[in-house]
Every structure is written in structure tokens, then in C-alpha cells.
Design a protein around this ligand. Structure first.
Ligand code: PRP
Ligand code: URA
Length: 209
């Protein structure tokens, strides 16, 4: 049986940028810029084994065969905070399509509440689900389940900061989904926020608090 691969992308450039995002005084503009920069850097590795096809191209010297992406991918942010990673991915894969899954965490129960779903039709394409925070793992699990119900089978998750608990929940529920994350932090606090984390990612991206 397949087991999820969990890739912690602690490259010095990513760790440096993430440390600035974690600072409580970092403002939304810089927070957004850094989040997209990290998403771009993570795209490089998450797409390492994408399928390619050979195409014939005429260079100024001769005609030869070269590799190009076989199929475009679908980027799927979990609203709202996942939106903060989309431009970073699109910067490297401008032809990607973008689906959306709307979900928020109920403040009392910390359970995900689903409110929106819109995906492109091509079920055979690879999906990269984006959400900066993987805390209890509830939102990611439900989003992946929704994608599978709709017929998508090739799904990867790109997160920024995860808790060990959240990683366990998602990998046990969806062992076929690989997770790429910049950091696995210490754990969750009593309000189910990631420790030390970076606070509420959606609020920090959009300046809503
Ligand atoms: C945050 C975050 C994830 C979720 C993670 O979203 O962006 O979607 O919480 O928590 P979980 O792993 O415990 O489910 P939030 O509910 O704050 O919504 P927002 O993005 O609209 O701010
Ligand atoms: N959602 C966030 O934005 N941050 C956390 O630490 C947990 C859930």
C-alpha cells in the first residue's frame, strides 16, 4: 500500500523567508510577497517528476527534439489563505488552471465548514492543493476527500507550516497524497493554532485583523 511522502523543504532560502513571515510585526504586503516567493521555490520540487513529452523544435541551428510538460496541472487553493500561494505557482507554471475550494474553520469547534467548490473538468491532471496552514488537518482532509469524490486521483498538497498532528491525520486518511511543507512545527495550542506557527494566515495575508 502506498504511504504518503512528506517532504520538508527546509532549504536555507525558504527557512529564511519563513522566519520573517513568522515575526508578529511583519505587515501584509511583505507577508504576501514572501508567501508567494516560497510557493515558487516549493513548486520547483513538487513538480520534479511531472510527465514530459518530446516536441520537435527548430533552433537557429537545426531541428531537434526537446522536452515540454505533457499536461498542465491544476492549482487548487483552499480559500482564503491558500490564495496567497497561487501567484507563486503561476509564476513558474503560467498555463496552469486554477480551481477553488471554499472552507473555513469554525472558531468554536475548529471543524472545517465547506462553502464553495469549482474545479476545471480534466480529472486526469495533477492537482496541487495549496493552504499555508495544516493545523488539525481537518480542512486539508475534507478538501482532498471532496476532490476524490469528484474524480481527481493525482493530488499533492503544498503547505507552508504544519503541525505533526495535522500531518498524521492527513497521511493516515489519504496515504496516496504526498505533502510538501516548509516546516513541521512543534504542535498545536489549546485553540488548535500551530505552535510557534505564524498566527492566522488568512488574516495576515488579507489584513483582516
Ligand atoms: C485556516 C488555514 C486552513 C485551516 C487549517 O483557514 O488556512 O485552511 O485554517 O486548520 P485545520 O488544519 O485545523 O483545518 P481558516 O479556517 O482560518 O480560514 P481562512 O483561510 O478563510 O482565514
Ligand atoms: N489556521 C491558521 O491560520 N493558523 C493556525 O495556526 C491554525 C489554523
Amino acid at each position: 500500500m502506498k504511504m504518503s511522502k512528506v517532504v520538508v523543504m527546509d532549504h536555507p532560502l525558504i527557512s529564511h523567508k519563513l522566519s520573517i513571515m513568522r515575526h508578529k510585526d511583519t505587515k501584509s504586503k511583505e507577508f504576501r510577497e514572501l508567501l508567494n516567493e516560497i510557493a515558487s521555490l516549493m513548486t520547483f520540487d513538487i513538480c520534479r517528476d511531472l510527465k514530459t513529452k518530446e516536441v520537435e523544435i527548430e533552433t537557429p541551428i537545426c531541428v531537434a527534439k526537446f522536452k515540454q510538460l505533457d499536461k498542465d496541472i491544476i492549482i487548487v487553493p483552499i480559500l482564503r489563505a491558500g490564495l496567497g500561494m497561487v501567484d507563486g505557482l503561476l509564476a513558474l507554471i503560467p498555463s496552469a488552471r486554477v480551481g477553488h475550494i471554499g472552507m473555513y474553520r469554525d472558531e468554536e469547534t475548529c471543524q472545517p465548514v465547506f462553502y464553495y467548490y469549482k474545479m476545471p473538468a480534466e480529472k486526469e491532471r495533477m492537482v496541487i492543493l495549496t493552504d499555508p496552514m495544516l493545523a488539525t488537518g481537518g480542512s486539508a482532509c475534507d478538501a482532498i476527500a471532496r476532490l476524490k469524490e469528484d474524480g481527481f486521483t493525482n493530488i499533492r498538497m503544498m503547505a507552508l507550516v504544519a503541525s505533526p498532528e495535522g500531518v498524521k491525520v492527513v497521511t493516515e486518511a489519504h496515504p496516496d497524497v504526498d505533502i510538501y511543507v516548509a516546516s513541521v512545527d512543534e504542535g498545536l495550542n489549546d485553540r488548535k493554532y500551530i505552535l510557534p506557527g505564524l498566527g492566522d494566515a488568512g488574516d495576515r495575508i488579507f489584513g483582516t485583523k
